[in-house]
Design a protein around this ligand. Sequence first.
Ligand code: FAD
Length: 460
Amino acid sequence: MAKYDYDLFVIGAGSGGVRAARIAAMGGARVMVAEEDRVGGTCVIRGCVPKKFMVYASEFSKHFEIAEGYGWTVGESTFDWPAFIASKDKEIARLSGAYVKNLHNAGAELVHGRARIIDAHTVEVVGVGTHTTDKILIATRGRPWMPKDLPGIEHVLSSNEPFHLPTLPKRIVIAGGGYIAVEFAGIFNGLGVDTTLVHRGPNVLRGFDDDIRAHVTEEMEKRGIKVVLGCQHTAIEKTSTGLMNRLNSGHDLESDVVMFAIGREPYVEGLGLEGAGVALSDTGAVIVDDYSRTNIESIWAVGDVTDRINLTPVAIREGQAFAETEFHNKPTSFDHEMVASAVFSQPPIGSVGLSEADARHKYGKVDIYLARFRAMKTTFVGGDERCLIKLVVDAATDKVVGCHVVGPDSPEIIQMAAIAMKLGVTKAQWDSTCAVHPTLAEELVTIREKHMPLGMSQVA
Ligand SMILES: Cc1cc2nc3c(=O)[nH]c(=O)nc-3n(C[C@H](O)[C@H](O)[C@H](O)COP(=O)(O)OP(=O)(O)OC[C@H]3O[C@@H](n4cnc5c(N)ncnc54)[C@H](O)[C@@H]3O)c2cc1C
């Protein structure tokens, strides 16, 4: 007779939890997964996937504009928000169902309800029952951080709500400078909404390369997004015609919708972690080692709740590594180096490795290769959209340690660059690769001139 009801109890059926549960169950483990909401987690229900559909929907306005320059006659175009939301919801339901099916096919059990850890080997699913388990995996996501004391915060949406707005607003103010705020600004602007991005920092996308940040801001402004930097909300007031955004710059700005995407926090509230003795960081993240194990022998955590790199593929790989280590006798830790990422801004960004500033800090002397050029597709119709590519090379070893691209398809391009960089490609090897023509990506392998910071070229 087994000592516990289950070998593994997973809290959260999202990216990390589902992967871990499936791999463990496929290795013969008795697995239970608890989910308090819809199966699929942030990525499927209110993150990557529905957001990308919104990006696709919003890009059509630009396509229609360009189409005429290529000889097409495009009739009057209109956008039906409720029809789009209904189609999007249908696809999300299909994907969520596929997650349920995959769990089932792997042999894992699923229970709907909110789980709470009672002790190192016991989990309660509120209103359903209590189960004992050999191991517990916490995979409970992050959630939007909202400034609860801000006057009028009750009028503000988080990044969870735009996926279900009953109507498309005419005017939106988005507070935040991270990738979620920037992506939603592009979405609403593309859908014809008068869009203002308000960010308290000196530029958007902190953590990305400074040239990328400046370039994207410029391109967003060219497309009509108003970017207000160095300022933040002091209040939001309801008026007879909308919502008044009071800013600390002294400016007031009226909009129909206000959305805050100013940060996220690990979702650990009410999980019973204090009682179980699970250690948390100052930011509330579950502290784990390289194998995602917490300070408690029988409890692990993966994904956004550990606040390492908060991206879906990372949560999946952490979940996979955990399950391979614990249930397939294959000790595996996920390497968080050289994880590529995309920002689905308009134009989009693909980025892998270090920014110039971080590389200088780490390596001292670095060589920079940078090119700005017009996008071929829009130049044809007299457009002024610019692409940017930037390579950061460690001068001592010639290794490419940073690659940053802004322009059409850059998220697709960066995936391939990440393979080479993960393998430690040098600039000389990179340059030996023949170009694919005519593409944006060819610029990456044809760029030879080192970039001098402004003023340096005269000196050197
Ligand atoms: C707007 C937005 C856009 C994003 N876009 C991208 C993108 O383009 N690319 C990318 O890689 N990442 C993106 N992300 C990040 C990505 O969604 C997350 O990194 C990823 O989903 C984290 O996976 P996870 O396993 O940690 O949590 P999730 O996949 O969110 O799963 C956690 C699950 O746990 C459940 N849960 C929580 N507490 C309990 C409990 N006590 N009991 C039972 N169930 C519980 C939740 O309901 C949820 O289903 C985006 C995020 C947001 C918010």
